[in-house]
Design a binder for this molecule. Structure first.
Ligand SMILES: C[C@H](O)[C@H](O)[C@@H](O)C(=O)CO
Ligand SMILES: [Mn+2]
Length: 418
């Protein structure tokens, strides 16, 4: 098998060299692009604060596949398994409800010490951590409002939670030597016709300003804000809309988060990257797969995933775009879900790096759209898969679907005992 992969790789290198693409350079570039895996695929967004509670905030993990992680130890073991099957650089994205504490702590009182075991684990794996305040699945978010809440005390509780989260994020960055991107997403919105659409937005704006008022070291912490079109039970009005956060991120120069599932079904985030990059210093991507709505299906190698990766590579946005994932499927093996989705994100990046972009750009400038389309289509069938498999071997992970056997073994030995 290894020999076959090496032979195919040598031939593939020659085929790509013939269209002016340096395969080794592409692989080296790919090595520098971490994908931030989201912890919440492993337990259906339950967390360890109150795992028996209901998932609220207008999001849903459907399915009841056996074996979800029930503790931080189990989640870390599952991540170890998944990460061992995914090539190249990775990070882990934690939500605040994944605190690893021996006693109960409310959200406004979370501290770095409640995440110290995650930091030790990240150090062992030499990976960075990212963070999210969790503004849902809590009694004080039960009426659908958090940072835009009309009640001063409730709003302050969520402001304090986000402030506490920034400290944790900065601690991650300081401990691990790579900035933690902290994403603020709130579910605030209304189910039905809304009369005052302005006041909640004014409150959200002021709350965010208070949250980011303390200057933190950008080497340790990066603020990001995430919009949404609608959530379940908030179909008529979302306070943090795209326009709201686009304005916020451009005026405050925070990073802007684009979640592939948070727009109208005919809108794509790949087309928003070049606009947003004109106004904000950084983007955080939540690569996901919407099916009719923000369904958070596992990422596949579809046209939009490819288009997102191609935008990053064509515009050379390597230092400005943070690539994260956001899906949670409880109807299939959760470790397989991580492996499939993360490998696909990386496959899309590799394919983008193997594109003869300079030549295509030249054709576009010349107005030769026939050749542009012809070459774009021809390169889809160049042997990128041979390069992918060789890259997997270099990273000592299964090159083909044999990773599934390892997941099945783990399922039989570990997950089925839970
Ligand atoms: C867990 C959430 O899905 C996530 O934090 C948020 O990014 C989101 O996309 C909500 O729809
Ligand atoms: Mn998201």
């Amino acid at each position: 098998m290894t020999r076959l992969i090496e032979q195919a790789f040598d031939l593939a290198k020659q085929r790509f060299a013939a269209i002016g693409v340096d395969v080794e350079a592409a692989m080296q570039q790919l090595d520098t692009l971490p994908v931030s895996m989201h912890c919440w695929q492993g337990d259906d967004v339950r967390g360890f604060e109150n795992p028996q509670g209901t998932l609220t905030g207008g999001i849903q993990a459907t399915g009841n596949y056996p074996g979800r992680a029930r503790s931080a130890e189990e989640l870390r073991a599952d991540l170890d398994m998944a990460m061992s099957l995914i090539p190249g650089a990775k990070r882990l994205n934690l939500h605040a409800i994944y605190l690893d504490s021996d006693e109960p702590v409310d959200r406004d009182a979370i501290k770095p010490e409640h995440f110290s075991r995650w930091v030790s684990w990240a150090k062992q794996h030499q990976i960075g951590l990212d963070f999210n305040p969790t503004c849902f699945s809590h009694p004080l978010s039960a009426d659908g409002f958090t940072l835009a809440h009309a009640d001063d005390a409730i709003r302050q509780f969520w402001i304090d939670h986000c402030k506490a989260s920034r400290k944790i994020s900065a601690y991650f960055g300081e401990q691990l030597g790579t900035p933690s991107v902290m994403n603020i997403w709130v579910p605030d919105g209304m189910k039905d016709l809304t009369v005052d659409r302005m006041a909640p937005r004014q409150r959200l704006l002021a709350a965010l300003d208070e949250i980011i008022s303390e200057k933190l070291n950008p080497q340790h912490h990066i603020d990001a804000v995430e919009s949404k079109l609608f959530g379940i039970g908030a179909e008529s009005y979302t306070v943090g809309s795209n326009e709201f956060y686009f304005g916020y991120a451009t005026s405050r120069q925070t990073a802007l988060t684009l979640d592939a599932g948070h727009f109208h079904p005919t809108e794509t985030i790949s087309d928003k990257i070049s606009t947003a990059m004109l106004y904000v210093p950084r983007l955080l991507l939540h690569v996901s797969r919407p099916v009719r709505w923000d369904s958070d299906h596992v990422v596949i190698l579809d046209d939009e995933t490819q288009a997102i990766a191609s935008e990053i590579v064509r515009q050379q946005l390597f230092d400005k775009v943070h690539i994260g994932l956001d899906f949670f499927d409880a109807s299939i093996n959760r470790i397989a879900a991580w492996v499939i989705g993360t490998r696909n994100a990386k496959k899309a990046l590799l394919r983008a790096l193997l594109e003869p972009t300079a030549q295509l750009r030249q054709l576009e400038v010349q107005g030769d759209f026939t050749s542009r389309l012809a070459l774009l289509e021809e390169q889809k069938s160049l042997p990128w898969q041979a390069v992918w498999e060789a890259w997997c071997l270099r990273h000592d992970v299964p090159a083909d679907a044999s990773w599934l056997t390892k997941v099945r073994d783990y399922e039989q030995q570990i997950l089925s005992q839970r």
